[in-house]
Design a binder for this molecule. Structure first.
Ligand code: MG
Ligand code: MG
Length: 259
């Protein structure tokens, strides 16, 4: 069952999503070659708690950390480790927070140091896929329109769209109905209605769409070892239109200062 939200409930999701947005900004300030993903996790956890919020992933499905950090060929669900981030890495950071009983959940993939042109292009196209999906999230469309347009944009660039992992409704639980696949058929699926609140999160691979599960039982990686990117926003339908509840503003400000 899809739980459509009132404007008041949407404001609560926005507040939680904004905690995550600012947390990703803190990660953006700190991320550089030589820092471990475990150190980034500690920064995120302490910031979230300083905002009187609770890390949304910690303990969810027994996940042991605040951030999911997935490097290079890792797609999602990587967990923080002592390994140091290297120059040229793509680092996907996914973060959740609970504030006043509502969840925020979004993700950004960072290019650390000197990153190859082909990896930068993957990031650009994946972020475009996210924006294209958000643009489709409006009354008059159906859920299949979101996935159709994300898939088309990715595949037009020769990239693989991960099938096993999808976006989702969000609210008082992190993963609500409906599922939001990053592939689909135009004009199919449920009608998009006022008060829908979802996480849209394209996971796009430079090579094959096929994935594999690593032996740590968490991390999902590309089957061919090529890089993968992941961007996620929380979106509500308000007055028929898509409204982003999360923002990359803090990430972008932090990255601009480092240049
Ligand atoms: Mg997420
Ligand atoms: Mg999500």
């Amino acid at each position: 069952m899809i739980i459509y939200k009132t404007k008041e409930q949407i404001e609560l999701i926005r507040e939680a999503a904004q905690v995550v947005s600012r947390t990703l900004g803190k990660v953006a300030e700190a991320i550089e070659p030589g820092i471990s993903t475990l150190e980034l996790d500690a920064i995120a956890e302490s910031y979230i708690r300083s905002q009187n919020a609770i890390p949304g992933f910690l303990g969810l499905y027994d996940f042991p950390n605040t951030l999911c950090i997935s490097v290079n060929d890792e797609v999602v669900h990587g967990y923080p480790r002592k390994d140091l981030i290297q120059d040229g890495d793509l680092v996907s950071v996914d973060c959740g927070a609970i504030l006043e009983g509502y969840y925020g959940d979004h993700a950004y993939t960072f290019a650390v140091g000197n990153v190859s042109e082909d990896k930068l292009k993957l990031l650009k196209v994946t972020q475009e896929c996210l924006e294209i999906g958000i643009e489709q999230t409006r009354v008059g469309n159906r859920l299949g329109d979101i996935g159709y347009h994300i898939q088309k944009h990715a595949e037009d660039h020769g990239y693989g769209v991960v099938r096993e992992l999808v976006g989702h409704g969000i609210g008082q639980t992190m993963h609500e109905e409906p599922q939001i696949p990053n592939y689909g058929r135009r004009g199919r699926g449920k009608k998009i209605k006022e008060g829908l609140t979802i996480a849209i999160e394209p996971m796009i691979n430079m090579g094959t769409e096929q994935i594999k599960y690593l032996s740590d039982e968490w991390t999902i990686a590309t089957a061919d070892g090529m890089p993968s990117a992941h961007f996620e926003h929380n979106v509500a339908v308000i007055d028929g239109q898509p409204v982003k509840l999360s923002t990359f503003k803090y990430v972008e400000e932090a990255l601009a200062k480092k240049k």
